[in-house]
Design a protein around this ligand. Structure first.
Ligand SMILES: Nc1ncnc2c1ncn2[C@@H]1O[C@H](COP(=O)(O)OP(=O)(O)O)[C@@H](O)[C@H]1O
Ligand SMILES: [Mg+2]
Length: 238
């Protein structure tokens, strides 16, 4: 891990509802994330983990506070520029990530790269490499309906590998996966941080991912309650 902070949250706050029904979900939260690091965010259900991740990733607007992405105030940008930044620099893995039903695995990845402006030939070559890295070379021609849950999740991860974003946001990426697939996800997230220098933030309940992290944050009632630094995370395979 290097120490260059590339993602910062300052006094980030968000609530839902109005009047007496209003609940504060994230309250005045400060956070720094370094390039080349994998941070796990844990905490009880409903404590605001997904909301926090969505604010950091430019998906949910905070009520107050700011998110600095490489020094740029994410939520001060016009929407189109924020969308562009997300497309260029950020990768996402969610539980049961959504894939296009009509597209084969290879085309899902290639489509994303085409959106980023890559030429078709290069896009397909990168898609093939990424799918091979997640062990799906021989399943690349299949559509989501023919893939298992674990395989679909690996397609979503291949999209991140192919994109090589500077920031990776994962929300419960392993909750539906068996141990082998969960470890694959752990190694791939670790690899994005350790080998590609990405800042990786992963919300998870899954203790199988602990071995791969540099740092674990415990979120409670919208605040960071505890922080644990892990000195020697597992080496990565990719
Ligand atoms: N769009 C929304 N509208 C109203 N309440 C919401 C919305 N999104 C989340 N919440 C509420 O905010 C709280 C935190 O949700 P969330 O961030 O999804 O928690 P976690 O991911 O830690 O389980 C929950 O009480 C949830 O019901
Ligand atoms: Mg959640």
């Amino acid at each position: 891990m290097n120490d260059q902070v590339i993602l910062t949250a300052r006094s980030l706050a968000k609530g839902f509802g109005t009047g007496t029904r209003r609940i504060e979900v994230v309250g005045a939260l400060d956070l720094s994330v370094a390039a080349g690091s994998l941070t796990l965010i844990k905490g009880p259900s409903g404590c605001g983990k997904s909301t926090l991740l969505a604010m950091l990733a430019g998906l949910t607007r905070p009520d107050s506070g700011c998110v600095l992405v490489d020094g740029t105030d994410l939520w001060a940008l016009p929407r189109r520029q924020r969308d562009q930044l997300r497309l260029r620099e950020m990768g996402f893995i969610f539980q049961g990530s959504v894939l296009f039903p009509a597209l084969a695995a290879r085309e899902q990845v290639a489509f994303l790269l085409a959106e980023m402006g890559l030429a078709r030939v290069e896009g397909l070559a990168r898609a093939d490499r990424a799918l091979a890295a997640v062990g799906l070379a021989d399943r690349a021609h299949l559509r989501p309906a023919s893939l298992s849950g674990g395989e679909k999740q690996r397609v979503a991860i291949a999209m991140v590998l192919a994109k090589q974003p500077k920031f990776v946001f994962a929300d419960e990426p392993t909750s539906a996966l068996d141990s082998e697939n969960a470890a694959t996800v752990g190694r791939l997230l670790r690899g994005q941080a350790a080998l590609r220098g990405a800042a990786v933030l992963c919300v998870t309940h899954d203790d199988r991912l602990l071995d791969f992290a540099d740092r674990v944050l415990l979120l409670r009632a919208g605040r960071i309650d505890a922080e644990r630094i892990i000195k020697e995370p597992m080496p990565c395979a990719f």
